[in-house]
Design a protein around this ligand. Structure first.
Ligand SMILES: [Zn+2]
Length: 680
């Protein structure tokens, strides 16, 4: 190693407390050379596997592959975690330079025939060689990754496979670009003050600034969420609402150069071609193979079950709003551009709780203590602040987390407030995942990053209710990451099926609605007064408000997603005809020509939710059903908590999620608890 690499802290042993990343001595110029060196090391490790003269075994191939590239993983997690939490131009450039190196490396692995042949030999004997469940799942997972990467294809097929994969990623990018372009290019430009009726002041202020920025008089409203959503909720001008909705719902469906209809057809057909090459009936079957809902039939059955169950509530919500609209003087039929407006008006009338009323009861300091305290009460965990662990920003705090018998579990980083270099939203991530190395338990380094309201000179950081549930959510993911007790890194912690991973997080959100827990900490930061009971009731009721309608809407997207990805033959259908047929059963409003969902359905055509949109509702069913068990036995019941911990939080992906769930619950999940919680 040349001296420069030798002095690169990313490549050295981390002699820090708990071997945490030595942030204070890492420089941006260290990343690229460290990654390149770590790739070389990983390639050597892979070569040791493929050159091994011994017959392939679980240990010399599967386990060895799982632990190969450890340094590389460690370095890239520091880089990409910081690129989200504390970035700048130079760091972004470093990440952009590193990304193709990593892609090339992972492609080289998937296309390594010698390696794949060894995996196949082990895979063929997976049911007869006496492997444990964890080992069997790891074998299946590795085999599947290689197969989906095209490793099992013949040489001439591989070329086509690569071409399709590349075309699909280009099409997905183009799809998103078109939607963005269409979102940006259309604006509603108003010049008369009377046209602003009903709109909140902060919205019109932003619209006025938008106009100034474009050197225009008056106000400009856009199709971006922060402008579009409140406009639809508050504008009293029905014709303007209609105009906005028509523009929003026809994005990338306007017969111009940004039209996505051909791209949708191309993506659908190419995905089908890939699925068929790999031996599946359709794309959904291919994608769902490693999910908890592991066949298209299971997903369809699930969606249908919820559809039937939520139908009465959806129509009840619709009729309530129709009635309310006519009471408020609307003579015309209720159209889709009326929904948000009347729905918001009625909500305000029924439950007038805004954030400013609740915030004083949720000071961040108290909330943190209460959430850690919840983990203590449920699982006996202990959190000790440690100021000697290096951090990447002075605002980041670190905790040592101990189990009820004082064994060390994990390091938890928390980074609460927005900064210019931080991405929006909140997330849980890790700098090191748990695994066992030569019987030594390597414990994880977990991090929660958020954008909670900052403290000001006059008041401490006070969280909105939404921020409270966000904290609980990310903390739930963290528990999954911290309590895990697995052997192999790629199965530990949150490395579970996509439709299972939100169970621990959404489960925790339930506590925000429980008086028994709120009473332990939700006190006014100035007066010490407890959060009044009638507010808690209102919060609960407001959460279930129009849930029938909302559920129906989510289901309609789920049906549409599954329909596109369950096709078994190529299609050149008109995408509107196809969509209208699929969505007819969940349609609540009169038909409007020229609107289309598919052309702007970025989740499934631009992003990674293809044949996965159902997962939102699936996870809700699981978390409601799991929490129902706690409600029946006591929300702090230690036996129930112990079972949740042993069967779910500790297990990662080492068993099939369906059996993990059953071991915890004693039966399969049922939709009943969600129906009850949502008032359906
Ligand atoms: Zn989540």
């Amino acid at each position: 190693m040349n001296p420069e690499l030798k002095n690169n802290p990313l490549l050295q042993e981390w002699n820090t407390p708990f071997n945490t990343p030595p942030f204070q001595i890492i420089e941006i110029s260290h990343y690229l050379p460290a990654v390149e060196e770590a790739v070389k090391l990983a390639e050597k490790e892979i070569k040791l596997i493929t050159d091994n003269p011994d017959a392939p075994t679980f240990n010399n191939t599967i386990a060895a592959l799982d632990s190969a590239g450890e340094k590389l993983g460690r370095i890239s997690s520091v880089l990409f975690n910081l690129n989200s939490a504390e970035t700048n131009k130079q760091l972004q450039e470093a990440a952009q330079k590193v990304s193709p190196v990593l892609t090339r490396f992972s492609n080289d692995i998937t296309l390594n025939t010698k390696l794949f042949e060894r995996i196949v030999k082990i895979f063929e004997k997976k049911d007869t060689a006496g492997y444990s469940t964890e080992e069997k799942i790891l074998i299946e997972r590795k085999y599947r990754n290689f197969m989906l990467g095209g490793a099992g294809l013949k040489e001439h097929e591989r070329e086509r496979f690569r071409a399709i994969s590349e075309e699909l990623s280009t099409l997905a990018l183009k799809f998103d670009e078109n939607v963005l372009e269409e979102t940006n290019s259309w604006v509603l430009h108003l010049t008369e003050r009377t046209e602003l009726e009903g709109l909140p002041e902060n919205l019109t202020e932003t619209a006025a600034k938008e106009a100034v920025g474009r050197e225009k008089e008056g106000w400009i409203f856009t199709l971006h969420y922060p402008s579009y959503v409140p406009f639809m909720q508050y504008s009293e001008k029905r014709l303007l609402r209609e105009k906005m909705l028509r523009a929003y719902s026809s994005r990338a469906y306007r017969e111009n150069e940004y039209d996505n209809r051909n791209i949708v057809l191309k993506i659908v057909n190419l995905r089908l071609e890939i699925a068929k090459m790999l031996g599946y009936r359709n794309f959904a079957e291919m994608v769902l193979g490693d999910r908890m809902a592991d066949t298209p039939e299971k997903v369809e059955k699930f969606l249908e079950e919820l559809y039937t169950a939520s139908k009465p509530a959806a129509f009840r919500d619709l009729n309530t709003i129709k009635h309310f609209a006519s009471e408020n003087g609307q003579k015309e039929l209720l159209e889709r551009w009326d929904w948000a407006y009347y729905s918001e008006k009625l909500k305000k009338k029924l439950y007038d709780i805004d954030d400013e009323i609740l915030k004083p009861y949720f000071s961040l300091e108290k909330v943190e203590t209460a959430i850690f305290g919840l983990a203590t009460r449920l699982y006996g965990l202990r959190f000790t602040a440690n100021r000697n662990i290096p951090v990447y920003h002075p605002e980041v705090k670190t905790y040592e987390v101990y189990d009820n018998d004082d064994t060390f579990l994990a390091i938890l980083y928390v980074d609460y407030h927005p900064r210019p270099g931080k991405s929006g939203g909140a997330w849980m991530t890790s700098y090191r995942d748990q695994k066992k190395e030569k019987n030594k338990d390597i414990r994880p380094l977990i991090s929660i990053v958020a954008n909670f309201t900052r403290p000001s000179e006059s008041r401490p950081s006070l969280l909105s209710f939404n921020e409270l549930t966000t904290f609980l959510h990310e903390f739930g993911h963290s528990l999954h990451g911290m309590l895990t007790k697995c052997t192999y890194e790629s199965l530990s912690g949150t490395n579970v099926a996509r439709d299972f991973v939100e169970l621990p997080s959404q489960f925790m959100e339930n506590y925000a609605y429980e008086k028994e827990w709120l009473d332990t900490f939700a006190m006014h930061y100035l007066t010490g007064e407890k959060l009044p009971e009638e507010l808690i009731v209102k919060i609960k009721e407001a959460a279930a408000y129009n849930e029938g309608y909302a559920c129906y809407r989510q289901l309609s997207f789920g049906f549409l997603d599954m329909a596109w990805h369950s096709l078994e033959n190529n299609t050149d259908n008109d995408i509107a005809d196809f969509e209208n047929k699929v969505m007819a059963k969940t349609e609540l409003f009169p038909h409007v020509d020229g609107l289309n969902m598919s052309a702007a359905f970025g989740h499934i055509f631009g992003g990674g939710y293809a044949a996965g949109y159902y997962g939102y509702k699936w996870a809700e069913v699981l978390d409601a059903d799991a929490f129902q068990y706690f409600k029946e036995t006591g929300i702090f019941n230690n036996k129930t908590a112990e079972s949740f911990r042993k069967n779910i939080l500790e297990k990662g992906g080492t068993e099939e999620p369906a059996s993990l769930y059953k071991n915890f619950r004693g039966r399969d999940p049922s939709i009943d608890a969600l129906l009850k919680r949502s008032g359906l």
